[in-house]
Design a protein around this ligand. Sequence first.
Ligand code: ATP
Length: 600
Amino acid sequence: MKGNSEALGLLKTVAGKKGLLVTASIFTTLSSLLQVVPFAAVYRIIEELLLHARDIGGINKNLIVQCGIIALLSLLGSLITLYIGGMCSHIAAFNILYELRVRLSDHVAKVPMGYHTRTATGELKKIIETSVEKIEKFIAHQLPDLVTAVIVPLLLLGYLFWLDWVMALVLLLPIGAGFWLQARVFGSEGGQKAYREFQYAVEEMNATGVEYVRGMPAVKVFGIAADSFLTFRDAVTRYRDISLRITNLCKISYSLFFVIIGSLFVFAVPAGILLASGEAGSQSFAVTMILFLLISPSLSAPLLKLLYLGGGMREIVEGNKRIEAVFAEKPVSEPESPRLPSGYDIAFEDVSFAYEPEDSMNYKQILSGISFTARAGEMTALVGPSGGGKSTIASLLLRFWDVQQGRIIIGGVPVQEMGTEKLMDTVSFVFQDVHLFYDTIEENIRMGNTRATKEEVIAAAQTACCHEFIGRLESGYDTRIGEGGTYLSGGEAQRVAIARALLKNAPILVLDEATAYADAENERKIQRGLAELVKGKTVLIIAHRLSTIQGAEQILVVKQGQITERGTHEELRAHKGLYEQMWQSHIAAAKWRLGEETKG
Ligand SMILES: Nc1ncnc2c1ncn2[C@@H]1O[C@H](COP(=O)(O)OP(=O)(O)OP(=O)(O)O)[C@@H](O)[C@H]1O
């Protein structure tokens, strides 16, 4: 049943280009049929030659020329039909590939963030790249090859049976034995399990390899050599072990298959001699014998191809299973008729949340009973110890995850009922770790609003204090990030993100304040950009430096998933709780920094 549904999934993938694929199959079949015609022509020529062996002059030359022309034209026709079939299958394949990649990328952008946290980047990359690529290989190359590899031997065998069924049966026996040996290994439970393990080992090696390369700074800083990077090394070791196991498993059946199928004529010879002894002198038998010897190698080639195609098929069925698994991942739910918010107040009502489901081993309650209102046009700051749940609160507003209990409401409408598009239009997010895409600076800023003109992009960059450093780059706004060693400093990247958000101009702004870029000049510029950005918006800021949020209308202290204190800066200081302790540490740190600076 399971195998069937996988095959069905595969068929579904290719069904979209049915017309082209049927045309490809018809032309490839036609090409296979035409490949057999020269054998019939050769048969007629040999027959004619033997018939007049003692009387060369009596040979019907016209017949021989006709047969030769037929053989040539058939070969030419076979090539042309193969070309047309190949073109159709390639056009179908690249279109399917394109559609599949677009559908996959759209889908992965719609699934909850939980999926991305669970799934290694390398694994997803392999699915979108390699598994999809294999489908192209299958449709464009293997499907026509498969048609040829099945039809040509069937036709040739049919022809041989028609010529001499006993000798054809002698040839069929080793072919049957060869395939039986293969099926015994790869059809067995052990063989299939080994193959599945092999696929997982390849995937794991891919995923850990990507992580290893991405983690190169840590690898270098801590002096971790490739050999001691345990997960990657383990994955490579597992890949080697399973590859050796599979080689061991199929070495006998593979060698026997190769030897038997590759030397079919060897079986035709003794059978022919044995049969000939009964009909010595029969001319037609001699012709048949010669033809058997001629056709046997042509029979071997497509059968050997079938062996490779079998391996390819297994790979794409496995790859397709993974593609199906990505599609099976449920996207974030969308309302049937999205509702528009009537304002931009944010309200968290008794929100509780855990990243893992309750029955999971890793279950941990992250937020419990969070309730607050962030008013439109005001700044609400989230402060508190590391790991308290501040970023989690912010990401729930964007529906990176859905809450398990309670509601998050914007302008009177629960976020689930707004629809993702409207929600994303309503909220801007400036992350602590800014992600810049491999594109020009201009396009990186324009991501905030794809319809913005160049002038608007420049105006946003000016307000966010980026214009100056962009002007210093050789290609200005056309500089491609990551190309020719052009990378931005943390502070510069943060200002590009502010420019993006300015361009988007959404009424709600979530800011994850950067902690790392503390040099005074950068800090001043970031603050200037931010001051412009927050004007008139509902601002939810995750603050690490309390000085930046002193003026906030509301400060929420989040500790161990709960709001433990709330109020303005003055109210919280007067309360003399955790906020006051944090404030004192902040003052002390600021004094220490000032001391260091004056010393320097
Ligand atoms: N994707 C995730 N999957 C599982 N657990 C997570 C995930 N992200 C965060 N957590 C856990 O949730 C808890 C709250 O983390 P969160 O990042 O919200 O805290 P925070 O207050 O923003 O911390 P910081 O100030 O250090 O950024 C932590 O225990 C963290 O380990």
